[in-house]
Design a protein around this ligand. Structure first.
Ligand code: FE2
Length: 731
């Protein structure tokens, strides 16, 4: 069931003077109202700072007529035009690995023309329809095994053949069926691969082939099983999915070059029927990667019509904004960032919103939390929808497709209904808690700085992708959000470049800089993740499928592909537990003259605790914790100023550190978070909290607490142009 009103923006951020467009859909033609606000704090919890915003009056404020917009889930290939020969035998072949094991129709090839043709599976067996004539096999093809299906139309007879690539030893699957046909298609047609009008195929398809003048099943089968790249005589069209893998094009090797257009981002760079384990990197042997994995629940660009265009006035401050939508009391909120046209002029500090991580997590279905959120939200005036019950917008890369394969591509051109403000993502544990995450949690940082009178501007990962270090360079100090987990080569390099040239960087979260993602060739509106090798992960990339389709590079944890978070920000992921959080203890490091600025107005006594309360899990150190590791690249001069060793038995070491049933170290070495500081080249510095729930401790007591004071002190010093001298001992 679609939401009464929802939508998506065409971008995550817009500069003052720029225009952002919103694609809005209502469930049926009906009016809705729109208004825009600047968000001061996104958390609806009345026991915290509360949801607060400032109305921003603009031209799109008011009533609009809403329309339903289409949601056509499921990936497939569209071939706009192909011309079939007028006479002689006509034959079709396709290789498939079905993954669902369903009795429902699974379309393989569909031709629209004067005599339509459909080839597919029904009750697990091949069937074909040629005009009015139907023909079907009856033996079920085994799911998750490779098969070929061939259809030959010759001499007024249709012959349909299905055969496994590797015969089963316990039963026969190969079968041939025949039926008379009155006519066969000819002339121009439109073709769909993996789809018909209504349904979509789920599984892998390879090498759809149409041939003229071949009347023998065996001849078709032999060629279909020959190595990819061979174009047999008589070929009308042969789509070779091992070509142009990084694109949305299905290359036709036939004489008409009737290339297909991929819709809804199917998974490419997957092992094909020829894969024998000898190659794992598809660029080395594309012929082993001749398949595309289609899913009936893939969602790419929904392609909705733009509904509202908002020109940002120059005097709207940079910050976090919300488009509020309301249709007869049903609400949704589309968040976006406004950037400064002249960055750094009004503020020396910037918050880098981790929009890659928001997008990768968008529509994360958590049925275990949904009921609590639905029960909790109305009393707080918060949005109450969750991805549970709304699969139509596509799920997250933390979910599985309906065939159990992991979702590896995340689009922003669809409603991301759990990445809103005035929303909870996690019902609290303690009575006063908010259960916040993502945007809502990150808004605490804006609220803190605003209350302390520190001017701050915002930008996003998507801006960093486009502009590199130049996007950060105007700022003396840049803070991350609570969970900057996903980065591309480009965003990583942008941050490293900033740190390496005198920038001051504050990593305000946990489990950051963990997974590699790759943007679509047309930009990061779609991001790809291959959950390869190790790590805490909810699905695992299949053997042979560790390399990204978007650029051919190895996917996985950054530490598995040659970069470590410790080398960038001093700390890296060490342990994960429940959302429950715990206090920190000051270490001797806080007394070091190098960090005297941190102690201003703080009774930071080594051995004493702080951060024992918070809106996220009831403390500052919780959920996902990072620590220093010199072996993994923590700068040797890094100073740990506070540490939380968590005794909670629910906390465990991360998988990538475990080789056997033994823990990789003692409890004190592993189950902890280190608040870490180090000076960097060019007078810069890095400060890292290494805890996912740290920002939830900031709003406690009206942002008047040790965690908030520590962050305020660091931001003030980091915004101060005086260089940080490297701690080189004098001779
Ligand atoms: Fe995460």
């Amino acid at each position: 069931m679609v939401l009464p009103v929802t939508g998506y923006a065409d971008r995550w951020s817009v500069k003052q003077g720029g225009t952002i467009r919103f694609h809005v859909a209502t469930d049926r033609p009906r009016p809705y109202s729109a208004r825009v606000a600047r968000v001061l704090c996104g958390d609806p919890n009345p026991a915290g700072p509360g949801y607060r915003e400032i109305a921003m009056h603009c031209a799109i404020e008011g009533r609009h007529q809403g329309q339903a917009q289409p949601i056509a889930r499921g990936s497939f290939i569209e071939v706009p035009q192909l011309v079939l020969p007028d006479d002689g035998a006509l034959a079709f072949a396709i290789t498939l690995l079905p993954t669902l094991g369903t009795d429902a129709v699974q379309p393989l090839l569909t031709l629209d023309g004067a005599v339509p043709i459909a080839i597919g599976l029904r009750h697990g067996s091949a069937f074909a329809r040629i005009g009015e004539a139907e023909i079907a096999c009856t033996r079920k093809l085994t799911p998750r095994r490779w098969h070929d299906v061939v259809l030959v139309l010759a001499g007024g007879v249709a012959t349909l053949h299905q055969a496994p690539r590797a015969p089963r030893l316990d039963r026969e699957e190969a079968e041939t069926a025949t039926a008379p046909i009155a006519t066969r298609p000819e002339g121009a047609c439109r073709l769909r691969i993996a789809a018909d009008q209504a349904t979509r195929f789920t599984g892998k398809l390879e090498r759809p082939w149409i041939a003229a003048g071949i009347a023998e099943i065996d001849a078709m089968l032999a060629t279909q099983r020959a190595p990819l790249g061979v174009v047999a005589n008589g070929t009308v069209a042969l789509w070779d999915f091992s070509r142009a893998i990084a694109t949305d094009t299905a290359t036709d090797l036939g004489p008409q070059h009737a290339d297909g257009i991929l819709r809804n981002l199917p998974t490419r760079a997957v092992t094909g029927a020829a894969w024998d384990g000898s190659a794992h990197r598809w660029v080395e042997n594309p012929a082993h990667y001749g398949a595309i994995h289609f899913h009936a629940d893939d969602v790419g660009d929904l392609g909705w019509q733009p509904s509202l265009a908002l020109a940002i006035p120059d005097d709207w401050p940079s910050g976090l904004y919300a488009l509020h939508l309301d249709a007869d009391g049903a609400r949704d909120i589309i968040p976006f960032a406004v950037r400064a046209r002249d960055p750094g002029r009004r503020a020396r500090v910037a918050l880098l919103l981790p929009t890659f991580t928001y997008q990768i997590y968008a529509n994360f279905r958590r049925d275990d939390r949904a009921a609590r959120i639905h029960a909790h939200a109305p009393a707080w005036g918060a949005l109450s929808h969750t991805p549970t019950g709304h699969p139509e917008y596509g799920l997250s890369t933390y979910d599985d497709h309906l065939d159990g394969s992991g979702i590896s591509i995340a689009s922003m051109r669809r409603p991301m209904i759990d990445k809103r403000v005035n929303q909870v993502q996690h019902a609290g544990i303690e009575e006063y808690e908010s259960g916040t995450y993502w945007l809502v949690a990150d808004s605490y940082l804006l609220d803190l700085l605003d209350r302390k009178g520190i001017a701050v501007e915002v930008l996003t990962d998507h801006d960093l992708q486009a502009e590199g270090t130049a996007a950060l360079a105007p700022y003396a100090c840049v803070l991350t959000g609570q969970h900057p987990e996903y980065h591309t080569v480009e965003t990583w390099d942008a941050i490293a470049g900033y740190i390496g040239t005198g920038g001051r960087f504050m990593y305000m979260g946990g489990n950051g800089f963990y997974w590699k993602v790759v943007p679509h060739a047309d930009g990061p509106w779609a991001l790809e993740i291959r959950r390869a090798e190790g790590g805490i992960r909810v699905w695992a990339a299949e053997p042979g499928e560790y390399f990204h389709q978007f650029d051919g590079t190895l996917g996985g944890l950054w530490r598995r592909v040659g970069r470590t978070p410790q080398s960038l920000v001093g700390v890296g992921f060490s342990t994960q537990g429940d959302y429950k959080a715990y206090p920190y203890t000051w270490l001797d490091g806080i007394g070091d003259p190098r960090v005297a600025f941190m102690r201003e107005g703080l009774a930071a006594v080594p051995g004493e605790e702080f951060g024992g309360r918070g809106l996220m899990g009831g403390g500052a150190a919780g959920h996902e914790l990072d620590r220093i590791d010199f072996r993994l690249g923590t700068p040797l001069h890094a100073l740990v100023v506070a540490r939380a060793v968590v005794s909670d038995p629910e906390y465990h070491p991360v998988n990538e550190e475990r080789l056997s049933i033994e823990w990789p170290g003692t409890h004190e070495q592993i189950i902890r978070s280190d608040i870490t500081f180090f000076e960097a080249a060019g007078g810069g510095a890095v400060f890292s909290v290494g805890s996912m729930n740290f920002v939830g401790a900031l709003p406690v007591d009206g942002y008047d607490n040790s965690c908030a004071k520590l962050i305020e002190n660091v931001v003030r010093r980091f915004a101060d142009p005086r260089p940080f001298p490297l701690p080189i001992p004098s001779a």
